[in-house]
Write a protein that binds this ligand. Structure first.
Ligand code: NDP
Ligand code: BG6
Length: 640
């Protein structure tokens, strides 16, 4: 990643796309190249040769791309003038990757184009193909004499997944290094094309304010969440051989982890940055069987209902998925980084498909300030400050800290400061592949993975893959589609006295009738104090007679309210709440509440409840009124 401000087009070159008839080419790669053309970032001396098994002509390829680029570009209006020039650069030749004659023909085309446009012998090979043919394509190129083709650079971009496990990654690296030098190989991880991921480094090393705090002395722990609302989207066959550990964690999440936690590089030169990333991955403690049993959670989604009530298939019901599949569609881990900076600072990661929302966030939770002063003044307890990186779909950075609530008493409240990309910059209309292809064209490998980085990441994942391949958990599927994920993932943090920081949007709260129409300030306050939790079917959420310390809002699921005799006196579901009576009247729970289905709830703890009730008379009045109505109707039953 160049730190220079000058924008210059990429080097002249011929780009050969293997797999030009595939999904990646039409959806991401060609649109990204068109965007580079729109931005003037392609050299005038540039041409593309598409290559796949389909017996297309160049005209057919151009026609197809002309239709598809309109479908997949993220920019409007469409720039007809740029496209009409760009499309003339597209060429196509059919080739099976094991067909030596086809590669000789390809060589003739490439050398002809090179001479015609004056690319100086620079050739960029893009393997938009399954990894199983990377070696085959490399060998065929080698036999056709491409690697000794005239002057100029020869580079190769390879797509993920780079290996299926540590052994296959080592073998693939060995195979690639038979035909290419390390500095010619550009391994793509599309997360590194995201602005918010690249900004991690910019944020850390250009702001003097945070870097001094970036260590075990000030940071309590770090959380990474990549939550997807989609299921496997027709890719069941692929996903059965992958699972979330290979698909998301080993690559995308470990890359983000490396950026967030690595030491400052001596420069932004590719190897300086990659050396630090490799060192960080090397410092991640490899989990043994005991740690895996204790600190790793896996999940698989079962059937459920989307926010609109529509039924959603469970993973085992998806096309090309085994009815007894043991593939994990969710995982949560607690990792340790064994180095001077991070000793004793746990890093929690979780990712899953078919969760309640799409959102990638990193939470850096700072240690609490001593609360000695506030304890003495009778004010509130001190909470942790948090720095939150909103990676997608919201893009921004948020700092959560305390402020004094206006008034005569000294009271504290969590407040936030937020930078949003949308407010500060023209929204990026990039796909993410633009920056990657452009950087390869200028020979900057910072955003690409190196052999040792790939292998380092597999080394961390391998013991988990080994352990998990041995058995299918008896409780699979263990979370409902569109839910907050398996309960065990919440237990993982609760055991350490911590909680996942769930980024809640206002629309979620507005679905709770009690908050519908509430003023934005109040909603914002609630977003900062509500805490998520999950209960499994049959689990008691509150028990009669116990001390009341929490109020609950049901986000989704169904619970039964049980009387003293254990009879069900009512049921509550998404949008309902319970538990407020004990808090309002400072009395023990007068009924038990048990989850019927998996139930995702927001908790409001006594301290926050008291503050909200104290400061929001209208809120206090409405729950008091509802509570009293409930009491007069059924004094021996639970709230509602
Ligand atoms: P597709 O199956 O859609 O495309 C594969 C392409 O490779 C096709 O053009 C196919 O040609 C060609 N191909 C495969 N084997 C041969 C062969 N032996 N000889 C000649 N051509 C061959 O896959 P995708 O485009 O989806 O994925 C390609 C790579 O990109 C994969 O590594 C994937 O993991 C990665 N990727 C894909 C993303 C996506 O959104 N699609 C996102 C991120 C990464 P033909 O059609 O003629 O068979
Ligand atoms: C891909 C995975 O690498 O990343 C997909 O194969 C996943 O399963 C996707 O959905 C997520 O990417 P993004 O950019 O939508 O977060």
């Amino acid at each position: 990643m160049s730190a220079s401000a000058a924008i210059t087009p990429g080097d002249p070159c011929v780009l050969v796309i293997f797999g030009a008839s595939g999904d990646l080419t039409r959806r991401l790669l060609l649109p990204a190249l068109y965007h580079l053309a729109c931005d003037g970032l392609l050299s005038d001396r540039f041409a593309i040769v598409g290559c796949a098994m389909d017996e297309w002509t160049t005209d057919e390829f151009r026609q197809r791309m002309t239709v598809q680029v309109r479908q997949f570009t993220t920019r409007a209006p469409f720039d007809e003038a740029t496209w009409s020039t760009f499309v003339q650069r597209l060429h196509y030749t059919p080739a099976r990757f094991d067909d030596a004659d086809a590669f000789v023909r390809l060589r003739t085309i490439v050398t002809g184009l090179d001479a015609e446009i004056g690319a100086g012998g620079n050739v960029l090979f893009y393997m938009a193909t399954p990894p199983s043919v990377f070696g085959l394509v490399s060998r065929s190129l080698h036999h056709a004499g491409f690697d000794v083709l005239g002057p100029g650079w020869k580079r190769v971009i390879v797509e993920k997944p780079f290996g299926h496990d540590l052994a296959s990654a080592v073998e693939l690296n060995r195979e690639m290094l038979t035909y290419w030098r390390e500095d010619q190989i550009y391994r793509i991880d599309h997360y590194l094309g995201k602005e918010t991921v690249q900004n991690l480094m910019a944020f850390r090393f250009s702001n003097g304010m945070f870097e001094p705090l970036w260590n075990r002395n000030f940071i309590d722990h770090i959380q990474f969440t990549v939550s997807e609302s989609v299921g496997v989207e027709g890719r069941g066959g692929y996903y059965e051989t992958s699972g979330v550990m290979r698909d998301m964690i080993q690559n995308h999440m470990f890359q983000m982890l490396a950026y967030l936690c690595m030491e400052p590089p001596v420069s932004f030169a590719a190897d300086a940055v990659r050396n630090e990333k490799a060192k960080l991955l090397d410092a991640v403690r490899i989990m043994g069987p005991l740690e895996i049993a204790r600190d790793a959670v896996r999940g698989q989604y079962g059937p459920g209902r989307g926010p609109d009530g529509a039924p959603l298939a469970g993973y085992r019901q998806e096309a090309n998925v085994s009815a007894t599949s043991g593939t994990e569609t969710f995982a949560a881990l607690k990792l340790h980084i064994d180095n001077w900076r991070w000793e004793g600072v746990p890093v929690y990661l979780r990712s899953g498909k078919r969760l309640w929302k799409r959102g990638t966030e990193i939470v850096v939770q700072f240690k609490r300030a001593p609360d000695v002063l506030f304890r003495a003044s009778g004010a509130d307890q001190i909470d942790n400050n948090r720095l939150i990186f909103h990676m997608q779909p919201d893009q921004g950075i948020e700092l959560r800290f305390h402020a004094k609530v206006p008034g005569t008493l000294l009271r504290l409240q969590n407040v936030n400061m937020r930078f949003s990309y949308g407010d500060a910059f023209q929204a990026s209309r990039a796909i993410g592949y633009e920056v990657l292809v452009y950087n390869c064209m200028i020979g900057d490998a910072t955003l690409f993975s190196r052999t040792d980085l790939v292998e380092g990441a597999w080394r961390i994942a391998q013991p988990l893959l080994d352990a998990w391949s041995k058995s299918t958990p008896a409780d699979f599927p263990n979370y409902e589609a569109a839910s907050w994920g398996p309960k065990h993932a919440f237990d993982l943090l609760e055991r350490d006295g911590r909680r996942w920081v769930e980024i809640i949007n206002r629309d979620v709260l507005e679905r709770v009738p009690l908050f519908a129409g509430a003023d934005p300030l109040f909603l914002n306050e609630l977003l900062l104090i509500l805490e998520p939790d999950v209960f499994e079917p049959g689990e008691y959420i509150v028990r009669e007679g116990e001390e009341a310390s929490v109020m609950y809002f049901i986000a989704r699921g169904e619970v039964a309210v049980e009387s003293h005799a254990g009879t069900v006196v009512g049921t509550l579901s998404g949008g309902d709440y319970f538990g407020e009576v004990g808090l309002l009247h400072a009395q023990p729970r007068n009924a038990s509440v048990r989850a019927i289905t998996q139930t995702d709830v927001f908790l409001m703890k006594r301290r926050a409840f008291a503050k909200v009730v104290g400061q929001r008379p209208e809120f206090a009045e409405s729950i008091e009124r509802i509570a009293n109505e409930r009491y007069s109707i059924a004094p021996t039953t639970a709230p509602k």
